[in-house]
Design a protein around this ligand. Structure first.
Ligand SMILES: Cc1cc2nc3c(=O)[nH]c(=O)nc-3n(C[C@H](O)[C@H](O)[C@H](O)COP(=O)(O)OP(=O)(O)OC[C@H]3O[C@@H](n4cnc5c(N)ncnc54)[C@H](O)[C@@H]3O)c2cc1C
Length: 405
């Protein structure tokens, strides 16, 4: 069995550490902050077995024009934000063409359908059942056109991937969610997905489980990773193997070891709001590019994608999301003085990076889970841990694909 350093303690790093530990390896995590306090803290908390296709860039001329003009709330950008990642965004757009997207979806769908099965034993062993709801989430459709489209999608996902969904009329929706006070056309209840009332708390619970089982967490900076003879050393801790699981910070480190990673950084925001009668499920209103999740701290309103290097103090997507939420619910005052912000680590081919870093003995990459890393961490952790233990890994996910361009 090997000694392994896992760099980063988000959902991906902590899940990796647990999967390696379960195979008998001696694992140390190096994390500069606290486990689960970055991207894996700030998400919408969905564990999404229904997200069988990775998030494609909208390519219809109308949608592109809307994005280019800065209208709509799905994708916002600033010139600096777009220019700094233009190559990666262009490749992402190229891979969003229907044939390429379908190819990526075959792999992605296989991963995502395992997600609740992979989280289940970790939730049980870490005693995190009290923050997990297994009641799915609800996607509302405000117009008949959106409802028609939803019907087609639900049927297709059921046939192609076995996803469970129930289509609801406006009246059925209000019976399930009495706190909704506006008329909407209907909704999809994605019933086999799960959701979490405290995403950062779930990562912390998994990290505590790792420590309880004998794992070590070192509070330090992995940025100085270097070789010392046959070993890898980070913040004075050494081991035979090192796994880079730094989420959106991964490319900075891989570049030092010869692997240039063109990542698309999709910024998102959230803020909590007081609410006396929160919904029983997370409510996605994709027509307004927002997800509203009942969390321990209040109703978390989470936004879609923004291509900006620096966060905005008053993000337009969050202002719009708050307005949409107030139409639906009786939402109170914000809990925090300022919104949270973080960046989704998205690969231009829409698949996570899981496997050996080329030309670097015993250096591994595990990052780039995009819109669904909270869901997928424990799934791809199993794949990485198998490969590190002598298995084959998944060819489609190997870091070497990035060298081929
Ligand atoms: C608004 C929003 C909503 C989302 N909603 C969902 C959702 O509902 N469901 C879902 O599945 N996904 C969702 N996501 C995506 C998901 O949150 C991410 O894909 C996932 O959290 C990435 O996890 P990670 O472990 O790779 O990265 P992170 O959670 O960012 O972890 C990386 C870790 O590395 C550490 N680190 C960085 N640099 C160093 C260093 N030099 N030394 C030591 N440590 C370092 C950081 O401190 C951090 O703890 C959402 C994302 C956003 C932004």
């Amino acid at each position: 069995m090997a000694e392994v350093l896992v760099l980063g303690a988000g959902m991906v790093g902590v899940s990796t550490a647990l999967a390696l530990q379960a195979r008998g390896h001696d694992v140390t995590i190096v994390e500069r902050g606290t486990p689960g306090r970055e991207t894996s803290y700030g998400n919408a908390g969905l564990i999404q077995t229904e997200a069988v296709e990775p998030y494609a860039m909208p390519l219809a001329p109308g949608a592109l024009l809307q994005i280019a003009m800065g209208r709509g709330y799905d994708v916002k950008w600033t010139p600096q934000g777009l220019l700094s990642q233009l190559g990666a965004v262009a490749t992402y757009a190229w891979n969003s063409r229907p044939a390429a997207h379908k190819r990526a979806s075959v792999t992605w769908g296989k991963l995502i359908r395992q997600s609740t099965d992979r989280h289940a034993p970790l939730v049980a062993a870490s005693g995190a059942d009290n923050i997990i709801r297994r009641n799915g989430y609800i996607e509302i459709h405000r117009t008949p056109a959106r409802m028609d489209k939803a019907r087609v999608t639900a049927e297709r996902f059921a046939t192609e991937f076995g996803v469970q969904a129930r289509l609801l009329t406006g009246a059925e929706l209000r019976a399930m969610e009495p706190s909704i006070r506006t008329e909407v056309e209907g909704a999809t209840h994605w019933s086999d997905s799960w959701n979490c009332a405290d995403p950062g708390g779930l990562v912390a619970a998994y990290a505590a489980l790792f420590q309880k089982n004998g794992g070590r967490i070192v509070n330090g900076d992995a940025g100085d990773l270097h070789r010392k003879g046959a070993a890898w050393v980070a913040d004075e801790t050494e081991a035979e193997h090192a796994v880079i699981a730094l989420g959106p910070w991964s490319p900075m480190l891989t570049e030092r070891f010869g692997l240039k990673v063109a990542m698309v950084f999709k910024r998102g925001y959230h803020r909590h709001y007081h609410m006396e009668l929160p919904p029983h499920h997370p409510i996605a209103d994709f027509g307004n590019s927002v997800v509203m999740s009942p969390m321990r701290r209040g109703l978390r309103i989470a936004t879609a994608a923004e291509l900006t290097p620096h966060p905005r103090l008053s993000p337009p997507q969050l202002r719009h999301g708050e307005k949409a939420a107030r139409e639906l619910f009786d939402v109170g005052a914000p809990v925090e003085a300022e919104p949270w912000t973080g960046r989704r680590p998205c690969m231009p081919d829409m698949l996570p990076v899981v496997g050996r870093i080329p030309d670097q003995p015993n250096l591994w990459g595990h990052f780039g889970h995009g819109h669904q890393g909270f869901t997928l961490g424990p799934v791809t952790a199993e794949i990485l841990a198998d490969e590190l233990s002598g298995g084959m890994g998944w060819a489609e996910l190997q870091p070497s694909r990035l060298k081929r361009g």
